[in-house]
Design a protein around this ligand. Structure first.
Ligand SMILES: [Fe+2]
Ligand SMILES: [Fe+2]
Length: 154
């Protein structure tokens, strides 16, 4: 179970905070991957696999836990979730293209996925998660955070 303690006087029951950390890890990995494509191509393949694994886990957490619990609470369709789901799909398509390039030993152009990922996580960090954090109860947030803990094993 998540510890309900408070840090720096602030509640830790925040979806924004929980996902923010992961977004930072993803962006750092993407930057590392981009650098390695030109500097150490073999190494970039390992970094890509790590990036892909982290993104798969991240999207799983968002789709199967956060979006699905939130949808069950609001009990109606949500345009923001539809937008985010479409972007997840697009990001996976771009990842597949990069993977094919890597298999062909071709240096990929990652500018599109970089832009899309940046805009996607900015929308989640600045708008979507703060909105959910405000809308749902502490008890519901805790339920979501505990489920996330089951998936993300540190
Ligand atoms: Fe997302
Ligand atoms: Fe995200």
């Amino acid at each position: 179970m998540i510890n309900k303690s408070y840090k720096d006087g602030e509640s830790i029951n925040s979806l924004k905070k929980a996902m923010d950390k992961d977004h930072l890890i993803i962006h750092n990995l993407l930057n590392k991957f981009e650098k390695e494509i030109s500097e150490d191509f073999e190494k970039s393949k390992n970094t890509f696999n790590r990036l892909r694994w982290i993104l798969e886990k991240h999207f799983f957490v968002e789709e199967k836990i956060i979006f699905s619990v939130y949808l069950s609470i609001i009990d109606e369709e949500n345009e923001y979730i539809n937008k985010l789901l479409m972007e997840h799909e697009k990001i996976f398509r771009l990842l597949n293209e990069i993977e094919e390039d890597l298999l062909d030993n071709k240096k990929s152009d990652i500018s599109e996925i970089k832009l899309l990922l940046r805009a996607h996580s900015r929308f989640e960090d600045d708008f979507f998660y703060p909105k959910i954090d405000e809308e749902i109860s502490e008890k519901e947030k805790l339920k979501i955070l505990n489920r996330i803990e089951e998936v993300i094993i540190k």
